[in-house]
Design a protein around this ligand. Sequence first.
Ligand code: ADP
Ligand code: MG
Length: 397
Amino acid sequence: MTDPVEHGPGRTAAAFQEVYGAVPAGVWAAPGRINLIGEHTDYNDGFVMPLALPHTTLAAAAPRADGVLRLHSGAVPGSVVELRVAELDPAAVGRAGGDRGGWAAYPAGVVWALKDAGLAVGGLDLHLDSTVPTGAGLSSSAALEVATAAALNELYGLGLDSRSIARLCQRAENAFVGVPCGIMDQTASACCTAGHALFLDTRDLRMRQVPFDPAAEGLRLLVIDTRVRHELGDGAYAQRRASCEAGARALGVRALRDVPYAHLNSVVAELADDPVTLRRVRHVVTEIRRVEEVVECLDAGAVRAIGPLLTAGHASCRDDFEISCPELDLAVEAATAAGALGARMTGGGFGGSAIALVAEAAVERVSTAVDRAFAAAGYRPPRLFPALPSEGARRLL
Ligand code: ADP
Ligand code: MG
């Protein structure tokens, strides 16, 4: 990972020029994200609360009149992928298997999704640079999609607002890349604002920017990237979605979002003969409630009070939704034992990153404790950095 400060639009424009022999028409940025609270609630029509990281994917782009799409990433130097917009076909990409045609499927999928929505997009030269760690649960895929869509939106005068960009990027990832993700990551990358967490209702994409400035309270939100990603994650994600749908059917609701927290006891009784579905449902219902409680705390200026809610969210992810892993559990345990106010896994789970809310004076102690715990367990050293609530997608040049 490059230092986010070192990376800039001038460099990305220069890299574009090196690859394509011409200057780009512009450079756009879209950030990675962490989710403060609200895990696996987005495909249950529930609430989530992401914030954008300072780490971004930059897209330098220029339109082409000949319908050709040329794609290059600084992360995959040397190879320019060339496609024709008119021939983009999600079925053909799906047949390629593996990660469905490789990294180029993400930006190509965005072009396809815009075209499939009836928008007049044409060819494009695109160069991408990113400081968002990939596969770390920090949404490098959404950053890549949203940066590409932001470029196309302006270069082709599509007039899309940030919510529409998020929806189309999710469609690209679902239908073209073949990843059944919810709407949170793309919305976070497209819509977050600096100094805020985004309180998002994933049912109708209503949103509110909630002021969140840990530094002003003498706090830090640390990201602990475990640098592991367990293979079982992909299949487990589909299973969790299926369990949630089964739970909603059993309870006679459209989505688990429609199960009121106040009815939890009767739900537990109703699902008693299906303990797995019961645990999945209980996670979603309590997690949606925890999002509301975190919002109440932040609205009241009680930032420290969110700590126990984060830790309770982790326990629910670990025990009821069963999407954690030993590395994430160790990160959370070591951080809280060393004095973090709260900690939890963030993102899809089975590896990736945890977050910890820590008093400034305890950052050193908590970081050292996490490093030592990982070393003692024989794990790879984790990567720690502060999450400053940052700006969503924007044009830089
Ligand atoms: P996450 O979104 O949590 O980082 P994903 O598996 O959803 O993890 O997305 C990671 C994939 O996105 C990578 O394997 C790669 O295909 C693609 N990707 C992300 N950023 C870049 C980039 N800058 N250049 C090329 N491909 C990228
Ligand atoms: Mg992703």
